[in-house]
Write a protein that binds this ligand. Structure first.
Ligand SMILES: NC(=O)c1ccc[n+]([C@@H]2O[C@H](COP(=O)([O-])OP(=O)(O)OC[C@H]3O[C@@H](n4cnc5c(N)ncnc54)[C@H](O)[C@@H]3O)[C@@H](O)[C@H]2O)c1
Length: 314
């Protein structure tokens, strides 16, 4: 029996692993966390988070092939595939403070994996991380690997809070990035086999590691950019007497544009959007990478400021 261990029983780790357990009765899934109250809640009738449909999924498999535990080291040591779904908040101090992701939790999880592992492991980045994190994690894991082979995969999560179970049941896509070596491809296939229990093959995309890491940040940047753009149009509507709902509806009817993420509002919110975009901004120096910086830099700026900054475009 394949054994999966997920480090981090949060918004992503809990629901994602519950759905994997439900859809893959032949796989044992253990979700571990250093937070005792969180694990106690996952083992109780009052789960630590609310998502429509989550209670049902957990009730169907908890105690059968889905377990929640604080015995992190034991379950990591026993697992074939380890998902790392710990928090990656924005750094509050040091280099890159206010922009770069704080990878302290990730690095400490990687060190623990290296310490307790006695067999080969596939380590899956589930957390949202900056591009090239897999390289740093690989260094930690292989620093004193005792002959153990680690394959790092990037498998970013695209679920949205509020529709997590629906998103996991019917994802637009599952993205798996790995090393382009025979061992890397084998690891990608092993994770693909897990998702193939319920996700149609043409929705499971496989890429190299860096494409997968960057795609998550880029997808959030595009979504935020749409909100930002419609907000800029809303300012134009106020000045001209147009109605932004009517304009957004008319624009969204174009099949090349589509209707989603075109609601004018106070701006884009949610910790994920803000921190993922900060992350992208952090890796882009707009002076050196003007064409790339242009997309990201424009997010969140009023249209006139954006045009002033980009004379070539204006
Ligand atoms: N919340 C979302 O909607 C969402 C969507 C997509 C991606 N993400 C990304 O997924 C990652 C996880 O997000 P989340 O919302 O689930 O975070 P969360 O804060 O809800 O959960 C993270 C959990 O990891 C645990 N943890 C931290 N270090 C640990 C360690 N060394 N060992 C064991 N447990 C440890 C914490 O105790 C916490 O319970 C983040 O990178 C986030 O950006 C989140």
């Amino acid at each position: 029996m394949v054994k999966i261990c997920c480090i981090g029983a949060g918004y992503v780790g809990g629901p994602t692993m519950a759905v994997i357990a439900l859809k893959c009765p032949d796989i044992e899934v253990v979700v571990v966390d250093i937070s005792k109250p969180r694990i106690e809640a996952w083992n109780s009738d009052t789960l630590p988070i609310y998502e429509p449909g989550l209670d049902d999924v957990v009730k169907q498999c908890r105690g059968k092939n889905l377990f929640f535990s604080t015995d992190v080291e034991k379950h990591v040591a026993e697992a074939d595939i380890i998902f790392v779904s710990v928090n990656t908040p924005t750094k509050t101090r040091g280099l890159g403070a206010g922009k770069a992701a704080d990878l302290t939790y990730w690095e400490s999880a990687a060190r623990m994996i290296a310490d307790v592992s006695k067999s080969d492991k596939i380590v899956v980045e589930k957390s949202t991380v900056p591009v090239k994190t897999a390289e740093a994690i690989e260094k930690i894991l292989t620093h004193n690997s005792k002959g153990i082979n680690y394959q790092i995969l990037s498998n970013p999560e695209f679920l949205a809070e509020g529709t997590a179970i629906e998103d996991l049941f019917k994802p637009d896509r599952v993205l798996i990035g790995g090393r382009e070596t025979p061992e890397g491809r084998k690891a990608v296939q092993a994770l693909k086999d897990v998702y193939a229990h319920w996700v149609p093959e043409d929705r499971i995309l496989t890429t190299n590691l860096w494409s997968a890491e960057l795609s998550k940040l880029a997808a959030n940047a595009f979504l935020a950019q749409r909100i930002s753009s419609v907000n800029a149009i809303s300012a134009l509507c106020e000045a001209t007497g147009a109605n932004v709902s009517e304009v957004a509806y008319a624009v969204g009817k174009d099949t090349r544009i589509g209707p989603k993420f075109l609601n004018a509002s106070v701006g884009f919110g949610g910790s994920c959007f803000q921190k993922d975009i900060l992350n992208l901004v952090y890796i882009i120096d707009p002076e050196k990478l003007r064409e790339i910086g242009f997309i990201v830099y424009s997010i969140g700026k009023p249209l006139d400021a954006w045009l002033k900054d980009m004379p070539a475009v204006a």
